[in-house]
Design a protein around this ligand. Structure first.
Ligand code: PBG
Length: 353
């Protein structure tokens, strides 16, 4: 004899009922919620019988904007509380900006799906009052102030445009644009990711797209920029299978190669490295990468093309590019940056994006 409580739960055979619910964790910023909405609407189309529920969480870094970002360890800045929710089975997947994901995930967590990528490039946005006067970095007079908190962006721009000045700029995209446009602001331009602006419907503000060409300012983007990373539990086979339908194999392989360069060079710390990946033919991936000193005077560059068909090949390819960068002087540049950070962890000003 069994009590009612011990009886199995029987799902009614009503065709409208959805038997499985996937809880989707995300940060609560406007951009993060847009990304989670995109993932849920795409997955819902692929799996109409599955119910998806978005769970927004404030991360430690969101709650404490005053403390220098490196105090959270640099690595895994936005992800820790969400991962705790994932491991506690309060969440089934987490949607991240791929560029904010650490290159090594905690045990039990995997990068389960890399969907189609937005434009990975950085862009220039001109202060409203200066629109029409300047468009590109090359237009800016000496002493113009560029707003960015990213050492990668600052170092690369300083290398090509040594007469420009740089000032810290943090906050969500809306906040940054408001600070830029304020009447009394010193900023002439802001550097942002095209992807974030695109997702927020703000691409109209872009006056220059930055890339490795001379017209593009010689700028390489962040590892994973423009991409999304969906994290899941390594042993949750049902969810892993369900996510695979949303993966772009080309984007996943390119992102794995980019992340591998970073993982190989960093030794535990997030570092300022720029990359650019492009498919150039039959399964051939071209990967360019750069590491620039904070003052822009020293740089290590490399570009290589190789056949990449599997995740393992992508990782090996990234390791090879990292080795070549090291031989070209990247390690010396990184040693200086890491020594500075170790000496001044709490005054750290620059974000590693
Ligand atoms: N550094 C913060 C961050 N993390 C993700 C994005 C949006 C771009 C993306 O998804 O790669 C941004 C804003 C930015 O860099 O302009």
């Amino acid at each position: 004899m069994s009590t009612p409580a011990m009886q199995p739960v029987i799902t009614p055979s009503d065709s409208h009922s959805k038997s499985v619910t996937i809880r989707v964790g995300t940060r609560k910023s406007a951009l993060a919620l847009k990304q989670a909405d995109y993932v849920v609407s795409s997955l819902s189309k692929l799996h109409p019988d599955v119910n998806f529920e978005i769970v927004g969480m404030h991360s430690a870094a969101d709650k404490d904007k005053v403390t220098a970002l490196y105090n959270f360890g640099g690595k895994g800045l936005w992800t820790n509380e969400l991962e705790a929710g994932l491991m506690a089975r309060e969440l089934d997947i987490i949607v991240h900006s791929l560029k904010d994901m650490p290159t090594s995930l905690p045990d039990g967590c995997v990068l389960a799906c890399v969907p189609e990528r937005e434009d990975p490039r950085d862009v220039v946005v001109v202060k409203k009052a200066l629109e029409g006067r300047y468009n590109s970095l090359a237009d800016l007079p000496a002493g113009s102030v560029v707003g960015t908190s990213s050492v990668r962006r600052m170092a690369q721009i300083r290398r090509r445009y040594p007469a420009l000045e740089f000032r810290d700029m943090r906050g969500n995209i809306d906040t940054r644009l408001k600070k830029l446009d304020a009447e009394d602001s010193d900023y002439s331009v802001l550097i942002l990711a095209a992807a974030g602006l695109s997702r927020m419907g703000l691409l109209g503000r872009v006056t220059q797209y930055l890339d490795s060409t001379t017209e593009g300012g010689g700028m390489l983007h962040a590892v994973g920029q423009g991409g999304l990373g969906i994290e899941a539990r390594a042993d949750d086979e049902q969810t892993l299978r369900l996510l695979k339908a949303l993966e772009s194999n080309e984007v996943m392989l390119a992102a794995e190669a980019e992340r591998s360069v970073m993982r190989t060079l960093e030794g535990g710390c997030s570092i300022p490295i720029g990359v650019e990946t492009r498919w150039v033919g039959d399964n051939r991936l071209r990967l360019a990468a750069t590491v620039v000193s904070v003052d822009g005077t020293q740089a290590a560059d490399d570009a290589l093309e190789q056949e990449v068909k599997t995740r393992e090949q992508a990782v090996e390819f990234g390791e090879e590019v990292a080795r070549r960068l090291t031989e070209n002087g990247a390690q010396k540049i990184l040693d200086v940056i890491n020594a500075e950070r170790a000496a001044n962890p709490s005054t750290e000003k620059w974000v590693p994006a």
